[in-house]
Design a protein around this ligand. Structure first.
Ligand code: 2AM
Length: 167
């Protein structure tokens, strides 16, 4: 199965992101917009594995405690659009720790620098290059991290939480 570790959002943050998606949709010709239930922040992409227990153990070893995150800004990687987060040393330390633990367990985790982004749409074709999204700087407390399974069922991307580690 295809796994990743993520932060899932409070209803308030999710609703804010839904508004951003609506705004982007209204300025786009077409795009593959993230469904509300799929919105998340990836902390580590594990990829194909059957070793669920090893991934859970790595998550259990994290001892960073709760912390806050704040939405900030938006951007794009080519035709993929994202909402960003305010700089966050606690988040960076958590990701560094988690990714290293996963590597030490034998998972092939990318060594590319972590760029926190919440993907709100892929394959977007916009009318103009001058699109602005209004992203309110709202915050939430992160009190858990989730082990997610990603699968495609009848063409639809489905994410299922398999495990949650409380911080
Ligand atoms: P993306 O939103 O930037 O595409 C589930 O697929 C999550 O894992 C998504 O958030 C996705 O990031 C991320 N992801 C998918 N493939 C990845 C890869 N090869 N390396 C890093 N992250 C990946």
């Amino acid at each position: 199965m295809r796994l990743f570790v993520a932060i899932r959002f409070t209803p308030e943050v999710q609703n804010t992101l839904i508004d951003c998606i609506k705004e982007l949709k209204s300025s786009s010709l077409s795009g593959n917009f993230t469904r509300p239930e799929n919105l998340h922040l990836t902390l580590a992409f594990i990829g194909e594995t059957s070793n669920l227990n090893a991934a859970k153990k790595c998550m259990d070893a994290i001892s960073c405690g709760k912390f806050d995150i704040t939405l900030k800004g938006f951007g794009r990687f080519g035709d993929l659009w994202w909402v960003g987060l305010a700089e966050n040393p606690k988040l960076s330390m958590l990701v560094k720790d988690l990714q290293q633990r996963l590597r030490d367990c034998g998972f092939n985790i990318s060594t590319r620098p972590f760029r926190p982004h919440i993907t709100i749409a892929r394959e977007v074709k916009t009318v103009s290059d001058q699109i602005h999204l209004n992203v309110p700087n709202i915050s939430m407390t992160v009190d858990r991290i989730s082990l997610m399974k990603s699968e495609r069922i009848e063409g639809k991307l489905i994410y299922t939480q398999l495990y949650a580690k409380h911080l």
